[in-house]
Structures are given as C-alpha cells and as structure tokens.
Write a protein that binds this ligand. Structure first.
Ligand SMILES: *[C@@H]1O[C@H](CO)[C@@H](O)[C@H](O)[C@H]1NC(C)=O
Ligand SMILES: *[C@@H]1O[C@H](CO)[C@@H](O)[C@H](O)[C@H]1NC(C)=O
Ligand SMILES: *[C@@H]1O[C@H](CO)[C@@H](O)[C@H](O)[C@H]1NC(C)=O
Ligand SMILES: *[C@@H]1O[C@H](CO)[C@@H](O)[C@H](O)[C@H]1NC(C)=O
Length: 436
C-alpha cells in the first residue's frame, strides 16, 4: 500500500440485524453439502449414461463417498437433489412422486439410506406450476408437498421460482411454503430463490425474505467458468450494503454452488472461489463428481482452516473493503475479534503481482495494536508471524488467484511480554546484588 500510494476505500456496513428471523433453528452456520445441478444438470438418460444420470444411484454413491472420503468429517452434511427427479404427473391423490424408473425405491428409502450414513437429504421443487425443467410444480399444493417431503424424511428444500405467474404468487408462494414446512413439525431447511426472481422487477425486501428462508439466491446460476464466478463476486460486492447486514445465523445469502473439482477453473481460480465463498459466509454446496475428484481440489474443499472460517460462530458475512490496481481486498469479521482477509488479483494478463499491504490501512487496524498474529491459509498454509500496525505484508498473488489470511490480536504475546517485564522488575527488586 505504502509503495503504491493508494488507500482502501472503507465501506461501513450497518450492523443492524432484523429482529424477526426464520425460527426453525437450522442453518446457524452456512449449510454444507453437495447439490447435483451444475455438474449433472437434467441428465435423465439412464440407458446410455447410467453413471451420470439423475437417479437414486447417484445420491447413494455420493453419500457413500461423503462418509468414506472424509467429506462428512470435514462438515459436508446435505446430499441434495435438484430438478428432474420427478415423474411427469402427480399420483391419484395429487401427491408428488419420483420418476419410477430412475428412483425405483422411492424418496423415503433414499432418505433412510442417506440418514443411515449420518447425512441429510435435500430435495427440489418450484413455487410455480412447473419446475424450471418442466416437471410438476408446487403451486396450489404447498401444504400437500410439504407434508409429502416431511413424510419421506427430507431435510432440505431448494425452492425454485420458474413459471411463477404473477409477482404476488411468487412472494405469497415462498411465504406459504415456509409456513407449510413449519406446519409439518419436521426440521426442513428452506433454500429460496425468491430475490433472484424479483430483481428484474424491483429491489427485494430482504427483511421480509430473512423471516421465511434459511438462504436465498440473489443472482443467476453459477457456471463452470471463471467469468461466472467473477460475476457473482462482483454482484455481491456491488450490492453488499443491502445484502450483507441481513446475513447471519439462520439466514444466508447464497451465491450458488462451488464448482471446484470440475473442468472450467484453473487451480488459482479454484482457490479464489473457495476463498471468496468462505469470506461471503456462503452455503458450501459443491456440485462436482466426488467419485473422481482431483486430490488437490479435494484438499482445498476439505481444508479445515477454511471450513472453520466458513462456519465461524459469529456468523457475519464479509464484504469488499477496497479495490486497488486490480486487486480486490475483502474482510470478514470472525469471533474472538479475529478477521479473515482475502486479496484477489483480478488482472488476467502477466504473471504474479506484488501487493504490499500496510496493516495500518485496514479498517480493522486495531487488531494489530499493539501486535497481531498473521496466518496465511491460501494458497498454502504459512505462519506470517507477529506483526504490528507498521508492518507491511508483501503479498505476491497469481493472476485470478487469491491470498487468504487471518489476523488475530496477539493478546497472548502482549500479556506474556507484560508478565516478563513485571517478573524482571520483581527480580530487580528481590535480588540484592543485582548490577542494576
Ligand atoms: C415453527 O415456527 C415456530 C415459531 O416461529 C418455531 O418455534 C418452531 O420451532 C417452528 N417449527 C419448525 C419445525 O420449524
Ligand atoms: C397455473 O396454471 C393455472 C391454470 O392454467 C393458472 O390459472 C395459474 O395462473 C398458473 N399459476 C402460475 C403460478 O403460473
Ligand atoms: C397463500 O396462503 C393464503 C392463505 O391460505 C392464500 O389465501 C393464498 O392464496 C396463498 N397463496 C398462494 C400463492 O398459494
Ligand atoms: C419489508 O418487509 C418488512 C417485514 O415484512 C416490513 O416490515 C417492511 O415494511 C417492508 N419494507 C418495505 C420497504 O416494504
């Protein structure tokens, strides 16, 4: 900073939390799990592509691997079905039913299986007459569908907004489904897309949304590309004064799935997506193939330091504090007076670039007074030692890569020094033949 002669523009986010929150006790920290959409889309061709089609097999295999390969232990809990699980028609009692050839055992059996692994099952429906892929929607059947999901033992509902009809139906539909889920008496996490479908018409009322949903999508679907991930990060920064204050335990902004471990992101871009999703207190719903994921991507997704930041009990979403020479600087306040910082190098030409960061220029500079401990988490773990306000961190960041680090007030060290000083003073007093 000192070198570049620029200073961070400090954005002050209001710290006023809405009083009324969705009171179902769920999503006290951002949801973690796996969701099929980005990777498997609406692949219903189990004849030619049995390994990758939307079938009970796919979720059972993911559940198995989540237990065997450390995903569950790392905190990933929900195995989530997206669109295209339904049969084309409701049954004779108007109940939803899964496609009989792809889900021959039924959803209840699948939920039992997932629960037997100590995991939870998520399912998908839509507020309108039809889902996005054209299967029967929930409009007119909110109570019945909520009861059906509860009977089956479903633990999460992703409620899409395609074919919503009128804006009144959209908003009322999301609210009615929230009430219907509550009325079942079963804990069902409620994942909404309500603001995403409102934005083309007017600014959504997030205070309202926060009372009905555990998380909510604001922006379009993530694709397996840096362009897409970057556009989500930028949208979030541009709207942060509106959306950051409403996030907190029980309700989160949802920037959509993690696409780490697929085809479109370079290693540095995978690091950037993980870093930014953690800073944004985003649900960590992976959409990838856990059966064949690259070991490096797996290590990134299971990194316990990152997951600890994601799941920090303070539950505050991070925000962008500055943009300098194509570097974006974000911070997220953590419990215990700690902070996480991410510096993203947005320049997509040339090689690694240096970013000298003077700690005194951070809005949270007090954390480094008198001293702070700086720990780099990404791209690799590294203790950056004890620093003070006048320290300049010399960060070198790859194109489209991110450095993530935490800053902790070094109370321990400050206390130790004080104690040493006192002890020396006492020694001086007690030792008669001291040279002093
Ligand atoms: C339903 O809502 C009430 C009141 O907000 C809450 O106390 C209760 O825990 C909720 N139940 C479920 C199953 O979400
Ligand atoms: C659903 O279809 C019915 C009958 O065509 C129509 O009256 C209603 O407005 C539609 N609702 C939505 C949400 O599209
Ligand atoms: C929501 O529920 C209310 C009260 O039962 C009902 O009047 C209204 O039509 C419902 N809206 C939708 C979109 O289902
Ligand atoms: C937003 O929703 C809340 C809660 O329903 C309500 O009290 C408030 O008046 C709404 N704000 C606007 C601008 O409509």
């Amino acid at each position: 900073m000192a070198k570049t002669g620029v200073s961070l523009v400090i954005t002050i986010c209001a710290l006023i939390y809405p009083v009324h929150l969705l009171d179902n006790g769920l999503a006290q920290t951002p949801t973690m799990g796996w969701l099929h959409w980005e990777r498997f889309l609406c692949n219903v061709d189990c004849v030619n592509d049995p390994h990758n089609c939307i079938s009970e097999q796919l979720y059972m295999q993911m559940a198995d691997i989540m237990v065997q390969e450390g995903w569950k232990e790392a905190g990933y809990e929900y195995v989530c079905i997206d669109d295209c699980w339904l049969a084309q028609e409701r049954d004779a009692q108007d109940r939803l039913q899964p496609d009989p050839t792809r889900f021959p055992s039924g959803i209840k059996k699948l939920a039992d299986y997932v629960h037997s692994k100590g995991l939870k099952l998520g399912i998908y429906q839509d507020v309108g007459n039809l889902t996005c892929a054209g299967y029967p929607g929930s409009h007119g059947y909110y109570d019945l569908d909520a009861e059906t999901f509860a009977d089956w033992g479903v633990d999460l509902l992703k409620f899409d907004g395609c074919n919503f009809g009128t804006l009144d139906i959209l908003v009322e539909g999301y609210k009615n489904m929230s009430r219907a889920l509550n009325a079942t008496g079963r804990n069902i996490l409620y994942s909404c897309e309500w603001p995403l479908y409102l934005w083309p018409f007017h600014q959504p009322n997030y205070t309202d949304i926060r009372q009905y949903c555990n998380h909510w999508r604001n922006y379009g679907d993530v694709y397996d590309s840096w362009q897409s991930v970057k556009s989500i990060i930028d949208w979030t920064a541009i709207h942060q004064n509106l959306i950051v204050p409403v996030a907190g335990p029980g309700g989160w902004n949802d920037p959509d799935m993690l696409v780490i471990g697929n085809y479109g992101l370079s290693w540095d871009q995978q690091v950037s997506q993980m870093a930014m999703w953690v800073i944004m207190a985003a649900p960590l719903l992976m959409s990838n193939d856990l059966r064949s994921i690259d070991p490096k991507s797996k290590m990134l997704l299971q990194n316990k330091h990152l997951i600890a930041i994601s799941q920090d009990p303070l539950g505050r979403q991070g925000y962008r504090i500055g943009r300098v020479n194509s570097f974006d600087v974000w911070e997220r306040p953590l419990s215990g007076g700690r902070y996480a910082f991410a510096v993203l190098n947005r320049q997509e030409i040339g090689g690694p670039r240096q970013f000298p960061l003077l700690l005194a220029t951070l809005p949270s500079w007090k954390t480094c007074h008198p001293e702070c401990r700086v720990t780099q988490i990404l791209p690799s773990y590294q203790d950056l030692g004890v620093q003070n306000l006048f320290s300049t961190l010399k960060l070198t960041i790859n194109p489209s890569g991110t450095i993530l680090f935490t800053v902790t007030l070094n109370e321990g060290l400050a206390a130790e020094q004080k104690w040493n000083w006192n002890r020396n003073m006492n020694k001086k007093r007690k030792t008669p033949n001291s040279v002093f």
